[in-house]
Design a protein around this ligand. Structure first.
Ligand SMILES: Cc1cc2nc3c(=O)[nH]c(=O)nc-3n(C[C@H](O)[C@H](O)[C@H](O)COP(=O)(O)O)c2cc1C
Length: 312
């Protein structure tokens, strides 16, 4: 097929240096240098070897509990050597005891389920909270309730930080408002900002000063074993989100109000301010209190049962 031009004194690549000239062969209508083909084959082999190495590595640190749909970048990836594969600190010999269940009549079940629904259907996100004090014991109880939540492998991967100190609340407000202003003006984009217009939300968060309590919920993306190694917190985000749902229901049951907030880009600053360790990531911020006398809420409606339930 001829001689490769690189072989005729052109600048040679590493593969070409070994021989004076290379042969050209036909490859699907193209003329390709034999030396180059060999080089490409070597490169493919090398890439495959690297891929295999990576596959083996990712197999040994595979996290089957992380649903593909739930990979969102906030999921913490434990390095292989950091995890204690032998012992996760769980007591294998935990006793299994008889379970004593509450049992209601069918009429009572219908009554209870109906009234619980009616109670929770009155829950609204309230963005105008008064500074009227709230008994601390109620806060303790609602957080106890959240702590009854199920969690992946019973890891209980949550921390509820309750802030009542006015100065600390104000520092939180400063951080959140500064970031939220950038969120609204730059990060969120027109569609998101437009979608929020009907809720009349913006970056001014007066409730962060006025609410008697701010509850900041952190998910512990991993724990610590007594030997200092990292302990896997399976499904930590789902577990903490369920606990937050229970907390919202407990607040509603106690006659307290909040607005579920996810302050975008504030997590690291708030974590530092509240001196939380590196394994904790902010999930939600809930200001808690009573609504102001002149509080308003958007007149939203909820989807009816037939739109949210499929029975088969
Ligand atoms: C995950 C999540 C994030 C939310 N983030 C915010 C937020 O950052 N700021 C806010 O004012 N409301 C926030 N909300 C509240 C929603 O806007 C509110 O739940 C929705 O409009 C329905 O109103 P309702 O809670 O009164 O039923 C959030 C709600 C959820 C579930």
């Amino acid at each position: 097929m001829g001689e490769c031009r690189r072989g005729k004194g052109q600048q040679k690549t590493e593969g070409h240096l070994a021989q004076k000239s290379c042969e050209l062969v036909a490859d699907g209508g193209r003329r390709v240098c034999t030396r180059r083909i060999a080089g490409m084959k070597m490169l493919i082999k090398k890439t495959n070897r690297e891929k295999e190495k990576l596959d083996t590595r990712s197999k040994s640190i595979s996290r089957p509990w992380v649903d593909e749909d739930l990979r969102d970048g906030t999921d913490h990836h434990l390095e292989e050597e950091e995890v204690d594969e032998e012992w996760q600190g769980l007591d294998e010999n935990v006793a299994h005891v008889p379970f004593v269940a509450e049992r209601y009549s069918e009429a009572e079940m219908i009554k209870r389920s109906r009234s619980f629904y009616e109670l929770l259907n009155k829950r609204r996100s309230v963005r105008f909270l008064s500074d009227e004090p709230v008994p601390r014991e109620v806060i303790d109880n609602v957080i106890r309730t959240a702590g009854t939540s199920p969690s992946g492998a019973h890891t209980e991967p949550w921390t509820f930080v309750v802030v009542q100190d006015p100065d600390l609340k104000h520092k939180i407000r400063e951080i959140v408002e500064e970031e939220e202003e950038i969120n609204y003006k730059k990060r969120m984009g027109d569609r998101w900002v437009n979608d929020l217009k009907r809720l009349r939300t913006n970056w001014i968060k007066e409730y962060l000063d006025t609410a008697p309590y701010l509850i900041l919920i952190f998910k512990q993306v991993y724990g610590r074993l007594p030997n200092g190694k990292k302990k896997t917190h399976y499904y930590n985000e789902i577990s903490v989100s369920i606990a937050c749902g229970m907390l919202l229901a407990a607040l509603q049951n106690a006659g307290l109000y909040t607005v579920t907030t996810t302050p975008l880009n504030c997590g690291p600053q708030l974590r530092a301010l509240l001196q939380r360790p590196a394994n904790e990531k902010l999930l939600l911020l809930l200001p808690v209190g009573y609504p102001k006398k002149d509080a308003t809420v958007p007149a939203l409606t909820r989807k009816p049962l037939e739109d949210i339930m499929v029975v088969m």
